[in-house]
Design a protein around this ligand. Structure first.
Ligand SMILES: Cc1cc2nc3c(=O)[nH]c(=O)nc-3n(C[C@H](O)[C@H](O)[C@H](O)COP(=O)(O)OP(=O)(O)OC[C@H]3O[C@@H](n4cnc5c(N)ncnc54)[C@H](O)[C@@H]3O)c2cc1C
Length: 444
């Protein structure tokens, strides 16, 4: 008899898991439950539709509902799973009752951390996630004169940029001293903040959110530094693992708040796997469990979970977390630890910084790139990097993530070979320059 694999969640992890499960065991009955009306779209593109760089939401759909039917994946839309009974191997589904499973994959994703202030139930608070809601909010944005973005998280950075592009008076409120303090140092975030100011954004750093005010709908954001009148607040608080369902079923969660999984994405409960933003996985340098990574992590984890749940064999490695984005007029990116984060965690490090260029200095469009590398004292193994520039940031972040994962040292980076071709790369690679500066600083 065909095994029944039930996936809870239709985001990057759930769809990755369902596809991999079907690919591994084509005879399996693969069923996906999602609370949303759609699957197979990229939420990552939503800020860019709001910012009018992408003309419409339809382009964010990567597959049609028919695509999944043709692939033999049974997706139940707008259908919540309300409980899991791991002993009986059933899930309780709204409108369907008890549904048996042979294998279960939990991909319930993330929710934004509650703002935890008065007025958090008012209308006019936008949590960017579901594409249908984003379409509705996009028409609201046409009428918005002033908006406040709550927290300089990755999504917060994208939304500040998008709202500025849209011509909306945009405020950013964040308790940190600069943007994205969890991943950057001030010298990396500085150019982004300057460019936002040039775009008209008003930045309220070192400022705590104390409430939302309004009569039914938000009309002001209240902060430790006063009141900001607005028509809309975009809540971009930290992503939290959505583990309520799993935890209620006795599936263990860990110190970062995510479901605990092993390298096969198996949970501590037999026949239950989990993947994506609802899990925590070890960091490759610190070994500390981390959670709330990216869509690319979620998709890759989903594929591992789906393969293994269906009877195949794949494993997932500890993560070094490359990241990158466009913010203001700049691209920023990096991997693993910033100086600020490494210091806060008590991780010893030495630093090298350099400013290089993205193309030959005489080639039109050449841009500056600032690279900062962190290495472990003694071994000089790379443990972190950050960059700000205008091109080539993603490729460097991916390369540096592989360097972190494989234990490449600053000494090796200092003598790395690099492409020199006037339109795409300078004679001196900025990463090599930063590594050379690191060696000079330590007298190497
Ligand atoms: C606006 C935005 C921009 C983003 N930008 C990027 C980017 O630039 N790069 C990048 O890599 N990633 C990006 N992401 C991805 C994101 O940050 C997450 O990492 C990713 O969405 C995690 O995928 P997931 O499948 O684990 O969870 P989610 O996307 O949170 O999906 C969870 C799924 O579970 C379902 N669900 C939850 N509970 C139940 C239940 N009880 N019953 C049934 N269904 C349930 C939901 O309906 C949903 O389908 C972005 C996301 C958003 C929203």
């Amino acid at each position: 008899m065909a095994q029944r694999i039930v996936v809870i969640g239709g985001g990057a992890a759930g769809i990755g898991a369902a596809g991999a499960a079907k690919g591994t065991d084509p005879g399996a009955e693969v069923r996906v439950y999602t609370e949303f009306e759609d699957v197979g779209y990229s939420p990552c593109g939503i800020p860019y539709v709001h910012g009018k760089e992408i003309p419409d939401f339809e382009r964010l759909f990567l597959a049609t509902k028919q695509t999944y039917e043709d692939a033999g994946i049974d997706i139940r839309y707008s259908t919540a799973v309300t409980a899991v009974d791991a002993a009986a191997k059933t899930v309780t589904v709204a409108g369907e009752g008890q549904v048996r499973y042979d294998k279960l994959i939990v991909c319930t994703g993330f929710g934004y951390a509650p703002a935890g202030v008065p007025g958090a139930g008012l209308g006019g608070l936008y949590f960017v996630k579901n594409i249908r809601r984003a379409m509705e909010w996009d028409t609201v944005l046409d009428r918005v004169k002033a908006a406040v973005v709550i927290e300089a998280s990755p999504l917060g950075l994208e939304m500040v940029t998008a709202l500025c592009h849209r011509g909306i008076e945009t405020h950013l409120v964040d308790p940190g001293a600069w943007a994205l303090t969890a991943a950057t140092d001030p010298d990396i975030a500085g150019p982004v903040q300057e460019s936002w100011q040039q775009m008209g954004a008003r930045l309220h750093f070192n400022t705590t959110l104390t409430g939302f005010a309004g009569d039914g709908t938000v009309s002001a954001v209240l902060t430790s530094d006063g009141e900001i009148p607005c028509d809309l607040a975009v809540v971009c608080t930290k992503k939290q693992a959505n583990t309520a369902l799993a935890a209620a079923a006795g599936i263990r969660t860990g110190s970062a708040g995510g479901v605990i999984v092993d390298e096969r994405m198996a949970t501590t409960t037999p026949d239950v796997w989990a993947a994506g933003d609802c899990v925590e996985v070890p960091h490759s340098v610190s070994g500390i469990p981390v959670q709330g990574l990216s869509g690319s992590h979620a998709y890759a984890q989903g594929k591992v979970a789906g393969t293994n749940a269906a009877g195949g064999s794949r494993s997932y490695q500890p993560v070094s977390v490359p990241w990158g984005m466009v913010a203001g007029e700049w691209m920023i990116g990096g991997v693993s630890f910033s100086e600020t984060l490494a210091t806060a965690l008590g991780i010893p490090h030495v630093v090298g910084v350099a400013e290089g260029i993205s193309r030959a200095r005489y080639y039109p469009g050449v841009k500056k790139i600032r690279v900062k590398l962190l290495a472990e004292p003694g071994s000089l193994r790379l443990i972190g990097a950050q960059m700000v520039g205008a091109e080539g940031i993603k490729e460097r972040a991916d390369f540096l993530a592989m360097a972190v994962r494989t234990g490449i040292t600053a000494r090796q980076l200092a003598t790395m070979e690099n492409v020199y071709s006037p339109p795409i790369g300078a004679l001196n690679e900025p990463i090599a320059l930063a590594a050379q500066n690191l060696l000079s600083r330590i007298g190497g």
